[in-house]
Design a protein around this ligand. Structure first.
Ligand code: NAD
Length: 382
């Protein structure tokens, strides 16, 4: 079977679904790999490196789109309007694997399903040990958490570390991370490495030890959060009363921070508003907020997706695609994840999925012309 990788078309997307180092395992498993010329360029992987590892590099995108299996960073809803021209060229029976934003934009799945393709959305991978090596959400969140801190450090008019110099002592930056999941923990680790004094809060009580093991302070709040975690390890949506109380309790911590990085998310739901305009106003001028929940409406009331907002002297950044700003390593991790997924479905150079396996059944969103994933079906407009 032929695996095809196109150059991503979404504005600003610099990642690529396969990097050259990922090819040998796929080729050894019996697949042929076709890459659109220039597909890896934006991420730092020239065509020659793909050829060296055994890929056929072709100029015509249509040739790649005719492959049996298409690996993409973005497909369906995650690709916005960028995938529309590709869609018209897809044929029944082809398999498409990528990030599809099935919960955020479920309506796009129907269009892709109507082409008769078998579509897998990698965001829906169950978070079980067996699937860890395929977990694109964790990989991309790791990159985003790291990058968020660098953005904050570059925007803040202060340095992160404490310095004792002949010109006097500089106090370290105070960083508060809200939401200590994968992105938040990486943000904590990165801010610590830069010498900041870091504190963090997460609604899932189990996270406290992880925060402390990274050298950050866990901000204790008298909130009843015992049932805040779902069986899948995600945060449960709490009621508005809970969020109101959380905002009150966080007010002073936010006001005392130079940098606030928010990552609080509930899968498939709008992100809770945890930093209000009044809280922003209480921060010192020059402070920075990086809102990683911007794509889901934002954790800060003033966030605008993909914009820099300056209010009360505080800069609020709402980036929605930070992994694309570290495309070399983001692609390397993504390629390893997606290759492991393909190899999990494969047998003797063909795809032969066990449809009962949760790794397969939970990621499958379209098959035989229909949207099949329950979460996506439920949320689709009639
Ligand atoms: P996410 O991106 O959905 O959410 C980010 C964080 O925001 C979460 O830690 C969540 O608890 C937190 N949050 C939500 N509402 C909040 C609020 N009101 N205040 C403060 N924080 C709030 O989650 P994620 O980072 O993708 O994953 C969450 C967890 O899933 C991980 O930390 C881990 O425990 C688990 N996980 C398991 C596996 C696995 O077993 N294979 C893989 C990845 C993640």
């Amino acid at each position: 079977m032929i695996i095809g990788v196109v150059r991503e078309g979404f504005p600003g997307e610099r990642r690529v679904a396969l990097v050259p180092a990922a090819l040998p395992a796929l080729i050894q498993a019996g697949f042929e790999v076709v890459i659109e010329s220039g597909a890896g360029e934006g991420a730092g992987y020239p065509d020659a490196q793909y050829r060296e590892k055994g890929a056929r590099v072709v100029l015509r995108r249509e040739e790649v789109l005719a492959a049996d299996i298409l690996l993409r960073v973005r497909a369906a809803g995650a690709d916005g309007d960028a995938g529309a021209t590709d869609l018209a060229l897809l044929k029944p029976g082809q398999v498409v694997i990528g990030m599809c934003d099935p919960l955020g934009r479920p309506e796009a799945l129907a269009q892709w399903a109507s082409r008769g393709v078998t579509l897998f959305a990698l965001e829906l991978l169950p978070r079980i040990t067996r699937a860890q090596s395929m977990d694109v959400l964790s990989s991309m969140a790791t990159v985003a958490g790291y990058r968020a801190v660098l953005l904050a450090a570059a925007t803040l008019p202060r340095m992160f570390p404490m310095l004792m110099t002949a010109a006097g002592t500089l106090t370290p930056a105070r960083v508060f991370v809200v939401g200590a999941g994968v992105a938040g923990l990486q943000a904590i680790a990165t801010a610590r490495r830069l010498g900041a004094v870091v504190s963090a809060y997460d609604v899932r009580p189990a996270v406290k030890d992880q925060v402390q093991s990274l050298g950050a302070r866990f901000v204790e709040m008298p909130l009843e959060a015992a049932d805040a975690e779902t069986a899948g390890g995600y945060a449960r949506q709490m009621d508005e009363d809970f969020y109101r109380r959380q905002r009150e309790l966080m007010h002073q911590v936010v006001a005392n921070s130079d940098v606030v990085i928010t990552t609080a998310a509930i899968p498939g739901k709008r992100a809770p508003v945890l930093v209000t305009e009044a809280m922003v106003a209480a921060m010192a001028p020059g402070s920075v907020i990086v809102d990683l929940a911007a794509e889901r409406g934002g954790n800060c009331q003033l966030t605008q997706p993909n914009q820099t907002v300056v209010c009360y002297g505080v800069t609020i950044l709402g980036p929605t695609n930070l992994p694309a700003e570290v495309p070399y390593h983001a692609s390397q991790m993504y390629a390893r994840n997606i290759s492991n997924f393909v190899l999990h479905l494969a047998k003797d150079g063909r795809l032969d999925p066990d449809w009962q396996d949760p790794i397969v059944s939970e990621t499958l969103v379209a098959r035989d012309g229909r949207v099949v994933h329950p979460a996506a079906v439920v949320q689709s407009p009639p």
